[in-house]
Ligand binder design. Sequence first.
Ligand code: ZN
Length: 184
Amino acid sequence: MSRKRRKERVFDVEARIDWMEIYRTLPIGGVRQAFPDTASCQRRLADVRWPSGVTCPSCGDRNIGLIESRSLYQCRQCRTQFSVTAGTTMHRSRLDLRTWFIAASDVITAYAKGLEEENLTGHGLAHRYEISYVAAHRLKTALVKDLRQPGNLLRACICTEELPVSREPNLAPEDWYAVLWAAK
Ligand SMILES: [Zn+2]
């Protein structure tokens, strides 16, 4: 094996482990069950974005009302109206927020298990989420890039669990991956 190939292989294992660690913090019963509708996703996103209470993106005030009929917040101080996704990747997306949650979980699962080539084809995703091929491809590219960032907002929303096992020092990467795979 050439030095270059060996380097790529090491990177692959580490990347796979990264995804598997993220996968093991997904809700036990799955994202679809944990977030059964759009409203539950909006509540979760609001809790993660604003742990100390909804905050106006314009003036920073926390005296905020909710216009329920339009799923919008309104600042009582400066009157700015904003949605829970304002200023995030999910803003002005044609995709429902719950579809973002589910797609993120699907991407994490596929990469954790090494099934991305089978399970994440552009046509497959387009069909599954009822979106265009171009939108599906764009969605996948964005998710693959963003979800591995520890501070990613979408990742923080759907990864509700603690990692169920901890890594022993000196454990070989392949063995750690096997432990993660078997963990419940
Ligand atoms: Zn304001």
